[in-house]
Ligand binder design. Structure first.
Ligand code: AFD
Ligand code: MN
Ligand code: MN
Length: 394
């Protein structure tokens, strides 16, 4: 397809903002080891610089998700907001950190020790206050809570602790803030995870209050699960809060979106397009990236991901929903499927390049980044700091 994007698609893409994860720019690894990248971000300033580079190239990433404790400067929330603002960014979702402190060994809000449950709730409440201070209205809650062995914990007792904690936090949130509850079937817990699927997240969101929603992390599904079905179901219930985008081949692999299964990305975006057609306006949901670029260069991977999201959202918008619904009504399976396959097969990359140039952006943000020398200068600036900081960089 070398026709330009339609005005409707161009307009919708201009409103498609995709939040970047601060943690995606730092060195990460697997439980088997961490392979360091010279240009990887070391400090909050580095992370915000990298996020600003992605936003400069794509024009689609004005907000950065932060992980409380990992991304807090000495001057606290106000300095955090100022650091982002100075780069043309804003702080997006606030992610409490409830899984790395030793006290959380046996859980956070579902810990058998009441003092640990209290500490976890206080940390979430402090995170709410950080959100209030930086002007963020999105609180993202992911819990590693679960057990590794049959009999280890009471599912019901833990469920009730979760409901009580989420209700307390919901009450403390400013009126404009939404709570997005993220589910995950396993890892780091290997026998049961307290919020293991969309249904448990849905029930706990309902228990928490009317500004709680479900967050769909695309890597948090067991093999074969139909994610787009969950998306459509939650959207119809007005309980879809947003996404953490990534791709997977086996588990929560946090690979770059669309790298394994682009057709699934397209089908998820089609579910959004159908919901928005029904709603008559953009879904009030958060599109966020949650990836760990253990091997790919971090900024390249983020730019790739944003370009993939734009490409497949544009393709999804090419589906003629009137024709699709007519084929469905007639049980014309092939005609219905062809509506999707025709759109998915349409090459929108030239049209996207033209659209980007019309917005003063590079036609190919990835090529622009790879030839910009950004990585080399980031490495030159950061590696000496890393070496002097010792540890695994020495
Ligand atoms: C891990 C978890 C979850 C969470 C993310 C950021 O699996 O996806 O959202 O860390 O805390 O990927
Ligand atoms: Mn996630
Ligand atoms: Mn994850």
């Amino acid at each position: 397809m070398h026709a330009p994007l339609s005005a409707a698609i161009a307009a919708r893409l201009s409103r498609l903002t995709i939040e970047l994860p601060s943690w995606g720019f730092a060195d990460t690894g697997t439980r088997f080891g961490k392979f360091l990248q010279d240009a990887a971000a070391l400090t909050l300033d580095d992370k915000l610089d990298d996020a600003a580079e992605v936003h400069r190239l794509t024009g689609a990433c004005p907000s950065v998700a932060i992980h409380v404790l990992w991304d807090m400067p000495p001057g606290g929330a106000l300095e955090l907001a100022a650091l982002a603002h100075a780069r043309g960014l804003r702080i997006g979702s606030i992610n409490p950190t409830l899984f790395q402190d030793q006290c959380y060994k046996h859980g956070s809000v579902a810990n058998e020790d009441q003092s640990v449950r209290r500490r976890a709730i206080e940390h979430i409440l402090a995170s709410v206050e950080i959100g209030r201070a930086v002007g963020s209205d999105v609180l993202v809650l992911w819990f590693a809570d679960g057990t590794n062995y049959p009999g280890q914990g009471s599912v019901v007792r833990r469920k009730r602790w979760f409901a009580d904690a989420l209700r307390e936090v919901h009450t403390a949130m400013p009126p404009s803030m939404r709570m997005l509850i993220e589910y995950k079937p396993f890892e780091p817990a290997f026998y049961h995870t307290d919020i293991a699927d969309w249904g448990m997240a849905y029930v706990l969101a309902k228990a928490a209050g009317d500004r709680a929603r479900v967050l769909v992390d695309t890597g948090h599904h067991l093999p074969g699960q139909n994610i787009e079905q969950i998306v459509s179901f939650l959207a119809d219930e007005q309980m879809l809060g947003g996404f953490h985008f990534n791709d997977r081949h086996y588990a929560d692999d946090d690979l770059t979106m669309g790298s394994v299964d682009p057709y699934r990305v397209f089908r998820i975006f089609l579910a959004i397009c159908e919901a928005e057609r029904e709603l008559g306006r953009d879904m009030p949901i958060e599109f966020m990236i949650d990836q760990s670029h253990n091997l790919k260069p971090k900024v390249e991977a983020m730019v790739q991901t944003v370009m993939t999201a734009q490409e497949y959202f544009a393709k999804a918008m090419l589906v003629d929903l009137t024709e699709l619904n007519a084929a469905r009504a007639a049980n014309d399976i092939v005609a219905a499927e062809e509506c999707l396959k025709r759109a998915f097969a349409t090459d929108v990359r030239t049209a996207l390049a033209t659209w980007r140039v019309s917005r003063g952006l590079p036609a190919d943000p990835l090529a622009a980044h790879r030839t910009s020398g950004y990585v080399a200068s980031a490495a030159a600036a950061r590696l000496p700091r890393k070496k002097s900081s010792g540890g695994s960089y020495a």
